[in-house]
Design a protein around this ligand. Structure first.
Ligand code: HEM
Length: 413
């Protein structure tokens, strides 16, 4: 469907003032530096109406660009709901439910009570050696070659392996998970994406029907046997929560690795500084999360309200661009500069409010470990001259074509 057809399908609601209508598509035309392109919206209003389809089952949405308004939306779930169970997800099964991500209070707390214990500092500490070992295994595949196509050879595989280990699935299933993930995230059509989701959820449904398939110390076993709020997860809840844990930590981490490694490949001074000062990695990772915030989140207004001086009606959809809000100069002086000394650094890469990313600590650790292991194992790397970097837009911004090269180590004769 062309953009013109998409627009023709989307009548602008009567309460939207004409001067606030601006077609904006997060899926295309953002070049290979999408966060910079999106930050261009900061020259315009804090909230505007884009008739371009932003969600799968409905068109048109208010686009929220500023940190203050983004926080206002995310902090008020009683006004801006996350119950996004659209026709698309219902196609999986009637009871499929994405747990916390698709819930408002009080139901939301039931799911967070269930999944928060998976991401405690102790759990992250225990997981770190496995993440390091998996990272080293991947690096072994290309270290001697002096070259690596970052996304297919490292970034895509890294979080998927961590998920498979975390959930207690056999490593032999990794290739299947990768294929399903590619279809789901990068599928060209809604049907392809749906097929990816269905393959994944069928696998989880089989485990629900045959709990013996879940190893006793695994997260899947924990999810099957827990009774948050005094009752176990239904089949649809189980499938949805596992699917969420699978999907929420994949493309987001792939995205962060792509942008972070490109930045370091382009900035040798910064790379040398971090190699020499690994203790500074966490603060830099945090600031890179701000600069390269990849996610746009969706909400639906459930009452009439006002946001940034604009009238929002119950039923209106909102697309909150965390990439844009995290470069808002009102919240971040000199917002396009990497400044690891920002303290505090109240960026919105992991969201805000009750839905704030449950896996943020794991994500930070994934990225810091990836950098640490690369610095240990790979000499200073740069962009290969034949790198053809492209960015995919959508609800998670991602890079592809980041080819890195380095001088191969001389082995003494
Ligand atoms: C750099 C990587 C990541 C980024 C940028 C990111 C970003 C986000 C954002 C913005 C939200 C809020 C969505 C909303 O408000 O609607 C969120 C929620 C969530 N994330 Fe992450 N995430 C990352 C990695 C992970 C990982 C590794 C996991 C776990 C394996 C994870 C699990 C979740 C879950 C379960 C939620 C739902 C929380 C809720 O609704 O209460 N995320 N994430």
């Amino acid at each position: 469907m062309t953009e013109a057809q998409t627009l023709a399908d989307q009548a602008v609601p009567a309460h939207v003032p004409a001067h606030l209508v601006k077609p904006y598509d997060f899926r295309s035309g953002l070049g290979d530096r999408p966060q910079e392109a999106i930050a261009g919206l900061l020259d315009g209003p804090a909230v505007f109406w884009s008739p371009v389809r932003h969600v799968l089952d409905k068109g048109g949405a208010w686009v929220v660009t500023r940190s203050r308004e983004a926080r206002e939306v995310l902090a008020n779930p009683e006004v801006y709901s996350s119950e996004i169970q659209g026709a698309f997800l219902k196609a999986i099964s009637d009871d499929f439910h994405l747990g916390p991500l698709a819930s408002d209070p009080p139901a939301h707390a039931r799911y967070r009570t269930l999944i928060n214990p998976l991401f405690t500092p102790k759990k992250m500490f225990e997981l770190a050696p496995k993440i390091e070992a998996w990272c080293d295994e991947l690096i072994d595949g290309f270290a001697d070659r002096g070259r690596c196509d970052l996304v297919p050879e490292f970034a895509d595989l890294f979080p998927t392996g961590i998920f498979v280990d975390l959930m207690g699935f056999p490593r032999e299933r990794l290739a299947e998970f990768l294929k399903w993930n590619q279809d789901f995230i990068h599928g060209e059509t809604p049907d392809q994406r749906l097929a990816g989701i269905k393959a994944i959820t069928d696998f989880f449904a089989e485990i629900y029907e045959n709990p013996k398939l879940a190893p006793s110390n695994s997260v899947v076993h924990y999810l099957l046997t827990s009774e948050p709020d005094g009752r176990p997860l239904s089949r649809g809840e189980f499938m949805g929560v596992v699917f969420l844990l699978f999907s929420a930590g994949l493309d987001t981490v792939v995205s962060s690795l792509g942008f972070t490694f490109r930045l370091l490949a382009e900035n040798q001074e910064l790379q040398a500084h971090l190699r020499a000062n690994p203790a500074e990695l966490p603060r830099h990772v945090e600031e890179m999360m701000r600069l390269f915030s990849p996610v746009t989140v969706q909400r639906t207004a459930v009452v009439d309200t006002e946001l940034g001086g604009v009238t929002i009606k119950a039923g209106d959809r909102l697309a909150v661009s965390l990439a844009c809000a995290s470069r808002d100069p009102e919240a971040f002086p000199d917002p396009d500069q990497l400044d690891a000394s920002r303290n505090p650094n109240p960026h919105l890469a992991f969201g805000f409010g009750i839905h704030r990313c449950a896996g943020a600590q794991l994500a930070r650790r994934d990225i810091a470990i990836a950098l640490e292991r690369w610095f240990q194992r790979i000499p200073p790397f740069r962009l290969a001259p034949d790198s053809r970097i492209t960015a995919a837009g959508g609800s998670v911004l991602c890079l592809d074509g980041v080819v890195l090269e380095w001088d191969r180590m001389q082995v003494p004769q």
